[in-house]
Design a protein around this ligand. Structure first.
Ligand SMILES: N=C(N)NC[C@@H](O)CC(=O)C(=O)O
Length: 375
């Protein structure tokens, strides 16, 4: 476990501090209770185990990613010819991508702000980072000078912590620009499960563009599966990166039991569980927003977000001050300065609250927040 006695160095180290607290609203992982139908899947794990022992792992793997990608509208994903690599987590997929990219370029354009383990992983392989503001990405064509200066453009969509989703038209334009400049377009879609606006067929758009592309999918944010999850690293046939080679440096494959569990959760979600999850998150978001209504200088900068996290501006206070005051109530949130990886001061006055928690936890944390913000 990380040394968290000193001031946390990155967002995940702030999240470590919360891991053993009953009111941990810090990390974006799913920690709410299983629904009854999800509980039935867990109860059936012994049967999934017996099935996984008998069947070829490639068959289990194919069934798993097909159920997950179809659930989220990604019907044109490249299910065949080894272009979907299963990893233990999306961060492992990210590391494999970063090591592969670093063999072909020394610079990458990265959305700003976003979760800091992404720039940290990219810097870790020696890449120079060029911040690309969210407004730029969503606004219109990027400056060709930017695209001439990098080997890759990396976009988190829905973004973390803003929840901002890249529209189909903007993805089409970005892919066309990347194709024109020979730049790899990489998407981190870890939060896509929460927002149906991110369920248009991204792979149809990417494949039609002809650009070199990589997508990192993450099952880990969606369901409370005790960190049993899959990060899928998906790529274009013409991506021109040694992804499979670097993958083989890191792992042979993932557990067929976890793959089978993900398939079952995706099937349950398709049968109504995903809509139920969306209602649950929306209810927690309403609890937070209504519970803080009228508090002076507090506002919610991402009114349109449907992600399982909510950012709030805390006015003249700093996010760190509020985070510290909340700890006195045994409540853990996440200060936002380090999402602004190029200019942390821009996030100094905001805080992020996780919404994939029990309704009671969100209500209790909201009351503690109101106490802290009105004293
Ligand atoms: N490998 C890392 N650092 N994992 C933490 C990450 O999953 C947390 C996250 O993405 C969020 O809290 O939004």
């Amino acid at each position: 476990m990380q040394d968290t006695q000193t001031s946390p160095g990155n967002l995940t180290q702030f999240e470590y501090l919360a891991l053993n607290s009953p009111l941990n609203l810090s990390d974006g992982h799913a920690r709410q209770a299983l629904t009854p139908s999800q509980t039935s899947i867990i109860d059936a794990l012994p049967d999934l185990w017996a099935d996984a022992v008998k069947r070829p792992v490639e068959e289990i793997e194919h069934d798993s990613h097909r159920a997950y990608f179809e659930l989220l509208g990604q019907h044109s994903y490249p299910a065949a010819d080894g272009r979907v690599l299963s990893c233990y987590s999306s961060s492992v997929a990210m590391e494999i991508f970063a090591r592969s990219l670093a063999t072909t370029t020394d610079a990458i354009g990265l959305v700003h702000p976003t979760f800091d383990n992404i720039p940290d992983i990219l810097r870790g392989v020696g890449l120079r980072l060029v911040p690309v503001e969210e407004e730029q990405l969503h606004g219109g064509d990027l400056d060709p000078a930017l695209l001439r200066s990098v080997g890759c453009l990396f976009v988190t969509t829905p973004n973390n912590p803003t929840g901002r989703v890249l529209s189909e038209e903007r993805l089409r334009r970005l892919a066309a620009q990347c194709a024109d400049h020979g730049v790899v377009l990489t998407l981190d879609t870890s939060f896509r499960g929460f927002d149906t606006r991110a369920h248009y067929d991204h792979y149809a758009v990417l494949e039609a563009s002809g650009c070199r592309w990589v997508v990192i999918e993450d099952t880990g944010k969606l369901w409370p599966t005790l960190e049993l999850k899959i990060g899928w690293l998906v790529s274009a046939a013409n991506v021109g990166l040694p992804l499979a080679k670097v993958y083989s440096d890191i792992l042979l494959g993932v557990s067929p039991l976890v793959l089978s569990m993900v398939r079952r959760f995706a099937e349950e979600a398709a049968g109504g569980g995903l809509a139920e999850l969306h209602r649950f998150i929306a209810g927690n978001r309403a609890t937070l927003r209504e519970g803080l209504a009228g508090v002076p200088d507090v506002r919610f900068p991402d009114p349109d977000s449907r992600a399982s996290v909510e950012r709030l501006d805390v006015g003249p206070r700093t996010g760190l001050e509020v985070w510290s005051a909340l700890r006195e109530h045994n409540v853990f949130a996440l200060p936002c300065h380090q999402f602004h990886w190029a200019r942390p001061e821009e996030g100094a006055h905001s805080l992020r609250i996780a919404l994939s928690r029990s309704a009671a936890s969100v209500a209790t944390a909201t009351a503690a927040l109101r106490t802290v913000l009105t004293r």
